[in-house]
Design a protein around this ligand. Structure first.
Ligand code: AMP
Ligand code: MG
Length: 299
């Protein structure tokens, strides 16, 4: 049942984790247990240690991406990581963790809230298109173009015919990105009712979290099952091998961070980017370096 699995030890390799968490139509969104830890059989300390090792690997892979982007003959690649999920499912925390690992030059983060007046005056993909990362970079999206289906549908912001048409528009948009060298990796977090209640309660009762509380989160929570259906519809209609969805259990924050890191690593490794060959002659450059040392010594 666990491809790439337990024989490898307590932690499953990135490709194995990605395979376990990949959206499956038969299982659906609701079929993924929010408190599970697929591919992970160590303890929490193992997970945290593995996160640190993965952070180094992700940083190095992003540097290879960037090194290629700087070279006229290098590969032109970039990656968008989309995070979706209910309120308090941990989207922001995962992105903070990743940007800490990679750094702001390599991983840019964008949060998409209620469209501003300017954004609302454009096609819904306009604000997304502006955040497509440059070659060599990763962009993490805290919510995304999928809100133009989800939020619009759930809050009745446009007629059904409008948001219904967006599934195909989004598939075409993402196909264009991936065909052109921008990978699109999509994560739907799943949190249990109990865990979400605990996290929303903290926002209400703890001063340092109160800024995250929104009355609309409670209104949305009441419609739990309708949201589940809306997520199922997004997944079934927009999952593609070129722009795959992953469903990540996120009741345990450390697991969700570990798993999303592994998924990202899997996609970076799948690009198979080596360090580009030097575009200078090392012997000549070394001789030049030694010459500068000699000149400095002479004063
Ligand atoms: P938060 O992620 O807590 O900052 O909340 C952002 C809010 O903006 C959520 O309630 C989203 O549903 C809402 N939102 C994001 N994108 C859109 C959109 N395109 N149309 C309407 N509401 C949106
Ligand atoms: Mg919120």
């Amino acid at each position: 049942m666990t491809p790439g699995g337990d024989a490898r030890g307590p932690l499953t390799d990135p490709a194995g984790v990605a395979a376990l968490l990949r959206y499956e139509r038969a299982r659906g969104f609701a079929g993924v247990a929010p408190d599970a830890t697929p591919g992970f059989s160590g303890n929490k300390a193992d997970g945290v240690r593995s996160q640190d090792e993965d952070a180094d690997l992700i940083r190095s892979a992003q540097e290879r991406l960037h090194a290629h982007a700087l070279r006229p003959d290098g590969h032109r690649r970039a990656l968008i990581l989309v995070l979706q999920g209910r309120d308090a499912s941990g989207k922001g925390g995962i992105i903070r963790h990743l940007s800490g690992a990679v750094g702001p030059h390599g991983l840019q983060t964008w949060a998409f809230g209620v469209p501003t007046q300017e954004e609302a005056a454009h096609h819904f993909l306009w604000r997304i298109q502006r955040r497509v990362p440059a070659w060599g970079r990763i962009a993490a999206f805290d919510r995304s173009h999928y809100e133009d289906i989800l939020a619009v549908r759930m809050h009745g912001l446009a007629p059904r015919v409008v948001w219904e048409g967006r599934y195909d528009t989004i598939v075409d948009f993402e196909n264009g990105l991936t065909a052109g060298g921008v990978d699109v990796v999509k994560v739907m977090l799943t949190v249990s009712q109990e865990e979400q209640a605990g996290r929303l309660r903290e926002r209400i009762t703890r001063p340092e979290k109160a800024w995250k509380h929104a009355a609309s989160d409670l209104a949305d929570r009441r419609r739990w099952h309708e949201y589940t259906q809306a997520f199922e519809d997004v997944l079934v209609r927009t999952d593609a091998d070129a722009a795959p969805w992953y469903v990540v259990p996120s009741d345990r924050k450390w697991y969700a961070r570990w798993a999303v890191g592994r998924i990202l690593l899997h996609h970076l490794e799948a690009m198979r980017l080596e360090w580009p060959a030097a575009d200078f002659d090392p012997a000549t450059a070394l001789a030049g370096l030694d010459a500068t040392t000699a000149l400095i010594a002479e004063g």
